[in-house]
Design a protein around this ligand. Structure first.
Ligand SMILES: Nc1ncnc2c1ncn2[C@@H]1O[C@H](COP(=O)(O)OP(=O)(O)OP(=O)(O)O)[C@@H](O)[C@H]1O
Ligand SMILES: [Mg+2]
Length: 267
């Protein structure tokens, strides 16, 4: 907590001076900070039941693994570290995609990923992970709860910030200077290669729109045969005015079974 508070102070000072200089952290202190997060035991069968199929490399993980590698390449090329998972409307599969990507990234050695459930209107990631958090991100950002008491680690490379309850003033929190300083502090203390953010639907509230200035890029999720093409165009255009558009994921597609040799050529 002390480290994070120092980092937040530095970030605030840095913001006030309008500098973009990065704040160096030693690898040893990063490892020490990561291991201050309690480790979470997860039930692989429960993950599969919730459509999280990427804990191990197999046929079910391959699409997410391909997406992971494309994200990693783009992020490296552009020096992007913060990516928001967004959609126009609800229920297209943002949280499911985010969780699958998180476990897929966790299989990359020496690649640390932190995941934040910033759908503060209807937090749901905790249900997919199977952890009932007793702390809330708004209290962490406000300095009332230590981040070590809030985040949970899975293995050495993956950490989650989860919430059980909605946050009343979510839009204001997400676009506050406190949030911006908090994220800079997290970046300095834990030095993750990637921070992934779940968000509420863009058309539902101004939470996501207000938060996007804090990220380097957004990944737009659309639902096959349900998200109208003109809506995709409008949202992509709006997104591009707010941040970099990393790409568009067409979710819930029906396609021939790639494990069947009869379909192999087509696949
Ligand atoms: N690729 C997929 N194939 C089939 N069902 C899926 C897929 N991805 C997600 N789903 C299902 O779609 C539903 C909505 O998924 P999810 O909660 O991930 O969407 P969301 O965009 O995060 O929703 P919200 O906008 O409410 O936060 C869930 O029942 C989930 O299991
Ligand atoms: Mg969701």
């Amino acid at each position: 907590m002390e480290n994070l508070q120092i980092a937040i102070e530095k970030a605030r000072a840095s913001r006030e001076e309008h500098t973009t200089q990065s704040l160096a952290t030693s690898p040893l202190s990063v490892e020490h900070s990561w291991h201050s997060f309690p480790e979470l035991a997860i039930d692989p069968a429960m993950l599969i039941a919730k459509r999280i199929t990427t804990q191990k490399s197999n046929a079910q993980s391959s699409h997410y693994d391909m997406l992971r590698t494309r994200i990693r390449d783009q992020a490296k090329k552009n020096d992007w570290r913060r990516i928001a998972i967004v959609s126009a409307g609800p229920q297209v599969g943002k949280t499911t995609t985010l969780a699958n990507l998180a476990f897929s990234f966790a299989r990359l050695p020496y690649y640390k990923t932190m995941v934040f459930d910033f759908d503060l209107r209807r937090p749901s990631l905790q249900h997919l992970i199977g952890h009932n958090p007793s702390t809330q991100i708004d209290d962490v950002v406000a300095g009332k709860t230590p981040i070590e008491a809030h985040c949970r680690r899975i293995g050495d490379n993956l950490a989650f910030s989860l919430n059980a309850q909605h946050v009343a003033n979510s839009a204001e929190l997400l676009q506050s200077d406190g949030m911006s300083d908090f994220l800079s502090g997290v970046q300095e203390t834990y030095d993750p290669e990637l921070m992934l953010f779940d968000t509420p639907p863009l058309l539902a509230a101004d939470d996501t729109r207000g938060f996007l200035s804090n990220v380097d890029a957004a990944l737009l999720i659309v639902e096959a045969e349900r998200t109208p093409i003109d809506q995709i165009d409008v949202v992509e255009q709006q997104l591009s005015e707010l941040t970099n558009v990393l790409g568009v994921v067409l979710n819930k597609c029906n396609y021939p079974d790639p494990t069947s040799s009869a379909n192999y050529a087509y696949y």
